[in-house]
Design a protein around this ligand. Structure first.
Ligand code: BG6
Length: 481
């Protein structure tokens, strides 16, 4: 655990990710007293700016709804300094080193080891060179060093491996924290507990009782000026290969030997290894088009003309393990749809030889966001003199059940874990590798064959053809999300 004597350097401090996620999370932790005492935060980026400008940027997305927080923000800004420099030149990192040393002079215990955390909120093009420069110029001998890295981790298996080799030339796996922010979401963290602390759920999680599972990600907005980045990656790389596959692996892994990070990640890797690579016929691709006053994907000026980049994808994944063989898992992700939603929907099989007519299937729904909830759909007798069945829900809505508890932000939870040195909710190198293996042949097929995605109007529930796709792949017609 990093207690005192810690400096965190945020590389890419003037970028979007740092402004929108990293600094608000750091402030959230600071505000609640979770950061090591005496922590200092140094921003590093190419943009030249003075401290006032920098502080404006840092606080841009930080919300301070109560006066006490405003005061805390003032305090927080005092520990935030900035150094500008290039990503591939020594002098920038030398200037950074000076600043880090200056910060460390403020420590009470001058003799204690100096800990340094490096947060990489950077585009992939400079990722390896910055990691190497941090190691060369800014590594603390005798202290604890950690590097937090953000996706995209490459574009396919090969580029990901290249990137990891570059990173691991300088940094040990135990020093590396690869963020997939879905692993910091409260409901994703609850998956382990739901599975392994509830005998009835665990016992029902298998091919004998479950018909199919749908893991869905929907957003009600399009690329909105972020098309340049998005177009290079597409929805499969942006959301599915990482966030949705992570959820899938936790949901379906066997019980880990212990709650330790390595035991958990061993099981995740093992279940992922049972997944064969995804074939083109198991995928439905879509791209949104304009509707009313909402622009289409190709109307975004940052998107190359005529791009075939998918903004929607649904694919069926199989896990050929004894527990899951034959159960289709539908991963679905789309931008510019009708709502924001991330959920897992586990649909049980029909009651066999039922004595009741017209009953619906049991479903366990785990809603990751918004409005976290777990609910189980089950049939009940409608109260009254007649014998009539009605579909009902056992409903655990967090807002009601845990109204007095705050749900932490994913980034806060993850940064705190990195400070604690807990890798459970970070992606291990072999996990990343196997995730790319599953999707790379499909991604190369899309890149080479350039299949035209099905157009769907902005704000649709799904891309056109999804219901049909689901029916053929799952053999059942209903989907809520
Ligand atoms: C990011 C993707 O990883 O996740 C974005 O790059 C996406 O495109 C975002 O919008 C979704 O995260 P959240 O936490 O808002 O569901």
């Amino acid at each position: 655990v990093l207690k005192d004597n810690t400096v965190i350097t945020v590389a890419g401090a003037s970028g979007d990710l740092a402004k929108k996620k990293t600094f608000p999370a750091l402030f959230g932790l600071y505000n609640n007293g979770f950061l090591p005492e005496g922590i200092r935060i140094v921003g590093y980026a190419r943009t030249k700016m003075d401290e006032e400008d920098y502080h404006k940027r840092v606080s841009q997305y930080i919300k301070t709804p109560i006066p006490a927080m405003k005061q805390k923000l003032e305090e927080f800004l005092k520990i935030c300094t900035y150094v500008s420099g290039q990503y591939d030149q020594d002098d920038g990192f030398e200037a950074l080193e000076k600043e880090l040393k200056k910060c460390e002079e403020s420590y009470k215990d001058k003799e204690a080891p100096k800990n340094r955390v490096f947060y990489m909120a950077l585009p992939p093009s400079v990722f390896t060179v910055v990691a190497a420069n941090f190691k060369k110029h800014n590594y603390s001998e005798g202290g604890i060093n950690r590097i937090i890295v953000e996706k995209p981790f490459g574009k396919d298996l090969e580029s990901s491996r290249e990137m990891q080799v570059g990173l691991k030339k300088e940094w040990k796996e135990e020093e590396i924290f690869r963020i997939d922010h879905y692993l910091g979401k409260e409901m994703v963290k609850n998956l382990l507990v739901l599975r392994f602390a509830n005998v009835m759920l665990d016992a029902s999680f298998n091919k004998n009782l479950i018909s199919n599972v749908q893991i869905t990600f929907k957003e009600p907005f399009g690329t909105e000026g972020r098309g340049g980045y998005f177009d290079e990656f597409g929805i499969i790389r942006d959301v599915m290969q990482n966030h949705l596959l992570q959820v899938l692996s936790i949901l379906t892994m066997e019980r880990p030997v212990s709650f330790s990070a390595e035991d958990i990640r061993d099981e995740k890797v093992k279940v992922l290894r049972y997944i064969p690579e995804i074939k083109p016929e198991d995928v439905l691709l879509g791209q949104y088009v304009a509707k009313d006053d909402k622009p289409g994907y190709l109307d975004d000026e940052t998107v190359p003309k005529g791009s075939i980049c998918p903004t929607f994808a649904a694919c069926v994944v199989h896990i050929n393990s004894p527990r899951w063989e034959g159960v289709p898992f539908i991963l679905k992700a789309g931008k510019a749809l009708n709502e924001q939603k991330a959920e897992v929907r586990i649909q049980y099989k029909d009651v066999t030889q039922g004595i009741f007519k017209e009953i619906t299937r049991n479903e366990l729904v785990i809603r990751v966001q918004p409005n976290e909830a777990v609910y189980l759909k089950m049939n009940s007798k409608a109260p009254g003199l007649a014998m009539r069945t009605v579909p009902t829900e056992m409903d655990l809505t967090y807002k009601r059940r845990f109204s007095d508890l705050k749900i932490p932000e994913a980034y806060e939870a993850l940064i705190l874990d990195a400070f604690k040195g807990d890798h459970s909710n970070f992606v291990r190198d072999d996990e990343l590798d196997i995730a790319w293996k599953i999707f790379t042949p499909l991604l190369h097929w899309i890149d080479n064959e350039k299949p035209k995605p099905a157009p769907y109007p902005y704000g649709s529930r799904n891309a056109e053809g999804f219901d049909e796709f689901l029916k053929t792949k799952v053999g059942y017609q209903r989907s809520e999300a």
